[in-house]
Design a protein around this ligand. Structure first.
Ligand code: DX5
Ligand code: ZN
Length: 240
C-alpha cells in the first residue's frame, strides 16, 4: 500500500522549488515571491556524512508547517541511517519523507515506518545507482525521486543519463499499476523541463533556476508550461 497520498489525483506537472537556493535569512520572503505558483516546497536535509554538506533539521520543517499549514512539504533526506530521523521529521509536519536507497540497510522497514507515522514514503537514488535496486519497494512508495545530479549542492549540471531510469520507472508503474509519482531533482530549469516530462516525470524540483532568477514566479510558470508540452513515458515498452 502506498501510504496516505495527499499528492494523488492532482493532474498535470508539479513544480517543487528547493529552498536550498533561497536566501536562508529570507526563506519566507522567497516563498512569497513565488506568488503561489509553486505546487510543493522541497526541503533538502543534509548531514555532512551521506553528502559533503550540511543544511537544515526538523525545526525548519516545523516552522514551514506552522507558516503554511496546507503546504505539501517534500522532505528529501540526504542523511546516513535515515531511520534515525523519520520520527522527528514526521512530527515536524513533513508531508512526504524521501530516503536514499544507498543510505539505509533496511530500506523496506524504513519506508514502512514512514507510512506508520502518517507521511507519504518516498525513495530516491544517486545518479550512479541502478534503478533495478528499487524494484522490491515500488509497491510501497508514493514517490520515486530520480536524482539528476550527485546530491549535496544546488547549481550543478543536469545528468541526462538518468532519463533512462525515469522512463523505466514510468513503464513499470504502468505495467504493474503502481501509484508513485515520479520526481526529478537537480539541474532542472525551463530548458530541460519538456525533456524530463517526456520521460515520465510528474514533479520537477528546481532550486537555482527559480531562486537565482529576478522573476522566480515566472520561471515556475515557464517550467510548468514546458513540462506540460512533454508527452510522458516516451520510451520503452511495457515489457522493459
Ligand atoms: C541536491 C538537492 C537539490 C538541489 C536542486 O543535493 O537535492 O534539491 O538543491 O538544486 P538545483 O535546481 O540548483 O540543481
Ligand atoms: Zn532535493
Amino acid at each position: 500500500m502506498a501510504g496516505s497520498l495527499p499528492v494523488k489525483g492532482c493532474p498535470g506537472r508539479k513544480i517543487a522549488p528547493s529552498i536550498l537556493s533561497a536566501d536562508p535569512l529570507e526563506i519566507a520572503g522567497s516563498i512569497k515571491r513565488l506568488e503561489g505558483e509553486h505546487d510543493w516546497i522541497h526541503l533538502d536535509i543534509m548531514d555532512g556524512h551521506f553528502v559533503p554538506n550540511l543544511s537544515y533539521g526538523p525545526s525548519l520543517v516545523e516552522a514551514c508547517r506552522k507558516k503554511w499549514p496546507e503546504a505539501v512539504l517534500d522532505v528529501h533526506l540526504m542523511v546516513e541511517k535515515p531511520e534515525n530521523f523519520i520520527e522527528p521529521f514526521a512530527a515536524a509536519g513533513s508531508t512526504i519523507i524521501t530516503v536514499h536507497q544507498e543510505a539505509t540497510v533496511h530500506l523496506h522497514r524504513t519506508l514502512q515506518r514512514i507510512v506508520d507515522l502518517g507521511c507519504t514514503p518516498g525513495v530516491t537514488l544517486n545518479p550512479g545507482t541502478p534503478v533495478e535496486l528499487l524494484k522490491p519497494v515500488l509497491p510501497l512508495v508514493g514517490l520515486v525521486l530520480v536524482m539528476s545530479v550527485n546530491p549535496g549542492f544546488g547549481g550543478q549540471k543536469f545528468v541526462s543519463a538518468v532519463l533512462e531510469k525515469v522512463r523505466l520507472l514510468c513503464c513499470w508503474r504502468e505495467a504493474h499499476g503502481y501509484e508513485y509519482l515520479l520526481e526529478v531533482d537537480g539541474g532542472l530549469g525551463p530548458e530541460n523541463s519538456a525533456l524530463v516530462s517526456s520521460a515520465g516525470c510528474d514533479v520537477l524540483v528546481a532550486g537555482s533556476a527559480i531562486f537565482n532568477s529576478p522573476d522566480p514566479a515566472g520561471v515556475i510558470r515557464e517550467m510548468r508550461a514546458k513540462a506540460l508540452e512533454g508527452t510522458g513515458c516516451d520510451g520503452y515498452s511495457k515489457n522493459s
